[in-house]
Ligand binder design. Structure first.
Ligand code: NAD
Length: 513
């Protein structure tokens, strides 16, 4: 039984998908796949609603949106039940990856909205300053299409949606077909908080719906998902000349230096490889440990993994694999690694008797000839490779098509920072991992195949605006000096100005910069 399976179409010929819990295989509902006409209708409604919403002062928008925190806190059990039902993640994972960060994102962005989005007077530099004033206006884009994956189906929908609507846009959210109702909650909570109807809407469906949304006449696409889909979206956005951000897959490396606290590093390696059943874009997928401390590190890892409980319910550490399409990928990577000489210390097989589970797995002796160290595995697996020294670890960490995040584990923070700067990744964490997206003040985005553009960060809200400079003349003079006719006097004046400012020591004093 597939987790997402086509059902017979409706009498009007509409496609239907049945959705099941991966942990229990029980049905959690069914969705009608939105087609072209639905997408057009939803975007048209969004466009109407956006005109009014953009007129609401930012402070008021922020006040309304912040109300969603109260609704979320009140309804957190219901929300968690939906998310756990659709994904099979554990209760704690649901709280720390979905509910808590969503409260935090809403609070954070509402707190920054007035500062980031209000009109702002900006001083012009140099010779322009005496003549012109500059007012920055952060103009909403219009309708933003947000397309999300199945691994963080609530928080990865809530974070961009809140940012986009605070900036005065309307949002059409297309959640993953694997976890559609978790996406619904993000929209529902905002509506219950008082966001006007039409400003946030959900469109259900699969890739066909997503593709129709991208081509439906929106003004921006914020996409989180796989590299393969990301490339299609980039091409479609390029054709239409609309902006987009792509938050894509990762193969994050963890470097364990000789001077690391090995007990902590081992705990971090296991947790950050296994959390969310390993379905974390910035989760640890590759561990490089310096040879001299590898025995001790691996022994800590073995002990921790051997005590992990997997399954469904509140008394487990690792939940189910969220989607049956992921399971063969995990199995293939492990089989390939085994065939090429890796040692499976613990786990290494699926358990599909009751639900969709992969046993928490510890693999050692891996190398870069293996898919396990090259492609995104997205499973509950700690893969450990020994390296001669930190130089080799850095070289191997960078030997990847991905560049999302990474981590360095050392007791020497200065050294950790120096290693971090040499990693070809969007972010780096020292002595922890997988947390970069959780700090909204930090820009988040991958290098290489891991994405295009950055989200979050101070100024992140402005990513959902067109930053429109408005220039204002200071003086009501009848004509500017360089307007027609050209005269020898004007030429001499401008030439004199060039010599005065840029041909003298004045420029070094910073007077005109
Ligand atoms: P996916 O690309 O298969 O699907 C993502 C979304 O895109 C879904 O809603 C899907 O229905 C939709 N979609 C599919 N085809 C489409 C098309 N042609 N046009 C428009 N939309 C389309 O990804 P997934 O399997 O749902 O998610 C897992 C991937 O997401 C992993 O690679 C993971 O690393 C990545 N991810 C990245 C981040 C990040 O912030 N960088 C965060 C979470 C997940």
């Amino acid at each position: 039984m597939a987790i997402v399976e086509p059902l017979p179409p409706t009498s009007e010929g509409r496609r239907r998908l049945g959705i099941r819990s991966p942990a229990t295989r029980e049905s959690v509902g069914e969705i009608l796949v939105a087609g072209q006409a639905d997408v057009e209708a939803v975007i048209a409604k969004a466009r109407d609603a956006q005109r009014e919403w953009a007129r609401v002062p930012v402070a008021e928008r922020s006040h309304i949106v912040r109300g969603a925190i109260d609704v979320l806190v009140e309804k957190r059990e219901e929300v968690a039940k939906t998310i756990i039902g659709e994904t099979g993640k554990t209760k704690l994972e649901c709280l720390i990856m979905e509910v808590l960060p969503s409260c935090d994102y809403i609070n954070f962005w509402c707190g920054r909205a007035v500062k980031e989005l209000s009109d702002e007077k900006r001083k012009l530099h140099g010779y322009l300053r005496p003549y012109k004033k500059l007012l920055m206006h952060y103009r909403p884009l219009g309708v933003v299409g947000i397309i999300t994956p199945w691994n963080g189906p609530f928080s990865l929908a809530m974070n961009p949606t809140v940012q986009a609507i605070l900036a005065g846009n309307a949002v059409v959210l297309k959640p993953s077909e694997v976890a559609p109702y978790s996406g619904d909650w993000a929209v529902q909570l905002l509506l219950e908080a008082g966001v006007p109807e039409g400003v946030v809407q959900t469109l259900h469906g699969d890739g066909e719906t997503g593709a129709a949304l991208v081509r439906g006449g929106v003004q921006k696409i914020a996409f989180t998902g796989s590299v393969r889909t990301g490339k299609k979206i980039a091409a479609a956005c390029a054709e239409q000349l609309i902006p987009y951000t792509l938050e894509l897959g990762g193969k994050d490396a963890m470097i364990v230096c000789e001077d690391a606290d090995l007990e902590r590093a081992a705990g971090g390696a296991v947790f950050n490889s296994m959390i969310n059943s390993g379905h974390v874009c910035m989760g640890v997928e590759r561990v490089y440990v310096v040879e001299t401390v590898a025995d001790e590190f691996e022994e800590h890892v073995r002990k921790i993994v051997s005590e992990l409980r997997y399954g469904s319910g509140d008394d487990v550490d690792v939940g189910s694999v969220f989607w049956d399409r992921q399971l063969p990928i995990i199995e293939r990577h492990i089989e390939d690694a085994k065939a090429k000489g890796a040692e499976i210390v613990i786990g290494g097989e699926s358990d599909t008797r009751d639900g969709l589970f992969y046993k928490p797995t510890f693999v050692r002796n891996v190398n870069h000839s293996m898919e396990l160290m090259q492609e995104e595995t997205f499973g509950p697996i700690v893969s450990v490779m020994r390296v001669a020294d930190e130089e080799e670890a850095i070289r191997l960490a960078n030997d990847s098509q991905y560049g999302l995040s990474g981590s360095v584990w050392t007791s020497n923070i200065h050294k950790g920072i120096e290693i971090a700067k040499r990693l070809e990744t969007g972010s780096v964490v020292i002595n922890d991992a997988s947390m970069a997206y959780g700090a909204p003040e930090a820009p988040f985005g991958g290098m290489k195949d891991s994405g295009v553009g950055q989200v979050n960060g101070l100024g992140g809200l402005r990513g959902y605006t067109h930053q429109q400079p408005i220039f204002i003349n200071r003086w009501a003079v009848k004509k500017e000096r360089v307007w027609y006719p050209h005269t020898a006097k004007t030429i001499e004046e401008i030439d004199g100005m060039i010599r005065f400012i840029y041909g003298s020591a004045l420029k070094k004093l910073g007077f005109f910069s």
